[in-house]
Design a protein around this ligand. Structure first.
Ligand SMILES: Cc1ncc(C[n+]2csc(CCOP(=O)(O)OP(=O)(O)O)c2C)c(N)n1
Ligand SMILES: [Mg+2]
Length: 275
């Protein structure tokens, strides 16, 4: 697939960050830091790599994304709306009573492939999807985005072993490696270093990239697709809260939404940034 125009992607990322912040502020709750760190990864998947048809969300041959770190869903919802799965107006129902845009992804909203939120489960679900595609000789790829803190969950490593055992080369794990989790730095809560070596020793192909540089993410997604015989994980180095200076790199911004004055300050900062 042809690469989208770099300036267009950067503009899209700015707009997406503004939408995410507005959704969170409008809801008065949610996960700000871990949504903002996902923006470039999700745009690269939905506007470069993945094959899908928003008019036919159940199309059999589609690629699938499981957002295992379900709390980052404000970013996913904004990208799905941008891709045409549902009207953009619906975004402002995020976290409101009765909405399809719940605080964690739920089946029922077009484009959502798995209900997630309880950390550690997504890769197991993605394994099932990837194995099914292989058994049915379908050319679909499966992507699973995990948080770096989420990797502390034991179930992730059961799934890591399973994917390698079944040679799931149609599966690509992506770690939003923002170095923080709910209450501090990942290295202090449960140090996973050397992370790449761990995945390698479990039989995976490992790629590392800057998770905010489109070219690097797209190159990594291409390499992952080209790697045969084993699953690939992309360790995407990111910044929690990326794009807003007073939100970046702070555990405090894990599970809170911007207040009115913070929203205005953040939107102004994004608008004034070069790209
Ligand atoms: C099984 C489970 N335990 C705890 C939580 C509460 N929780 C939500 S997000 C989070 C931290 C996750 O950190 P990380 O995966 O690094 O996410 P990110 O930094 O991208 O927000 C925790 C502990 C949960 N959702 N599920
Ligand atoms: Mg994290």
């Amino acid at each position: 697939m042809e690469r989208p125009d770099a300036n267009k992607l950067k503009t899209q990322a700015k707009e997406l960050r503004k939408t995410i912040l507005k959704m969170l502020a409008n809801a008065g709750s949610g996960h700000t830091g871990g949504s903002l760190s996902l923006v470039e990864i999700l745009l690269s998947l939905y506007f470069y790599k993945m094959k899908y048809d928003p008019r036919k969300p159940d199309w059999d041959m589609r690629d699938r994304l499981v957002l295992s770190k379900g709390h980052g869903c404000s970013a996913l919802y904004s990208v799905l709306a941008e891709a045409g799965y549902f009207p953009k107006e619906e975004l402002m129902t995020f976290r409101k009573f009765g909405t399809r845009l719940q605080g964690h992804p739920q089946l029922g909203l077009p484009g959502i492939e798995a209900s997630t939120g309880s950390l550690g489960q997504g890769l197991s679900i993605a394994n099932g999807m990837a194995l099914t595609a292989k058994m049915e000789k379908k050319n679909s790829r499966v992507y699973c985005i995990m948080g770096d803190g989420e990797l502390n969950e034991g179930q992730v490593w059961e799934a890591v072993m399973t994917a390698a055992h079944y040679d799931l080369d149609n599966l690509c794990g992506i770690v939003d490696n923002n170095k923080l989790q709910i209450d501090g730095w990942c290295k202090d809560v449960m140090n996973m270093a050397p992370l790449g070596d761990k995945w390698k020793s479990f039989g995976w192909n490992v790629i590392e990239c800057d998770g905010h540089v489109f070219k690097e993410i797209m190159n990594s997604l291409d390499k992952a697709q080209g790697a045969k015989g084993k699953p690939t994980v992309i360790l995407a180095h990111t910044v929690k809260g990326k794009g807003v200076s007073f939100i970046e790199n702070q555990a405090r911004w894990h599970g809170i939404a911007p207040k009115k004055d913070e929203l205005e300050k953040a939107l102004k900062e994004i608008d004034e940034k070069d790209q």
